[in-house]
Design a protein around this ligand. Sequence first.
Ligand code: FES
Length: 286
Amino acid sequence: MDTPPSPTDARDLPSLLSDISALEQLADEWPEELRNAANARGEAIDALNAEAFKRLIKSLKEAPDFGPALKNAAADEIVYTVLRRHGILKPTLFERVEEALESIRPMLASHGGDVELVAVELPRVTVRFLGACDGCPASALTFYSGVKTAIQNYVPEATEIKQAKGLGGGDGVQFVSPFASFQKDGWTETLDLDDLPDGATQALDVNEESVLLSRFGDKVTCFSNNCAHMGMRLDDGVVEEGLITCPFHGFRYSLESGECLTAPEVQLQPHGVRVIKNIIEVRLIK
Ligand code: FES
C-alpha cells in the first residue's frame, strides 16, 4: 500500500492538484447541505489566503528588487498557480489568448475541428485551424464570426487576427479544406477533379453516407446530402449559382459555405475535402 505523503515531503503541482480534484469529486456525492458547507469553508479559506497574499505583496513592494524577486519566485509553477488563483498575478497575454480559444473550442469541435495559437506579436495574433476546420469552406465564416470575436473580447489590444496556413501539404496537394489538412487518416478517394466541372455539384456515396461535392474553381466543398431542416435528401433540389434549394420545403443553402439563407441558425454538415494528384478525397465528419 502506498504511504500517504507527509506534510514535509516535497510535492509537485500535478499531485497536489490531483488531491484537490479527488476531494472535490468526493464532495460531489455528499448531500447538498454538506456540500454547501464544505464549499463555503473552502471559499472562506481562499478569501483569507488571498487577503494575506495581498498584504504580503503590499508590504514587500517597496523592498529593493521586489519586482525581479517576485518574477523569479513566480517561475515556480506552484507559486505561480497559487498567486494566479488569488488574483495576485494577472493572466499573461498568451493565457488570455488561450482562454479565448478555449471558449470557442466547443463550437469548433462540433464541426470536427480545433484551433491552435501560432504567435502573439501585438497587435497581431496568429492562429491555425486544425482538423475538420482546416480548409473547411465554412471556415472563413467560422473564423471571422467566432475566433476573431473571441480573441478580441479577451484581448482587446489584439487588433489584427491572422490565420496561418494549415498543416496539410505535401506532394501533389492541390487543395485542402481548412480544418482538414491536420487529419492524416480516414480519407476516401472519390472523383477525378476533371469529372467535376467548375460550378457543378454531384451527389455520391462515401462510406455509405450520401454527400454533395461542389466545385468552385480550385476549391471543392463537401456537405452531407441532408437538409438541416428535416434531414431530407437535398440532391433533387435545384442548384443555381452555388445555391441549392431543398425540394421539400424550400430551405436554401450556399454550397460554398454550407450556410442556410432561409434559417441562418442552421447550416449543412461539412466534411473534410482535399484534392491530391487531381483526385478528390473526402473525410467524413461524424
Ligand atoms: S426538409 Fe428541406 S426544407 Fe424541409
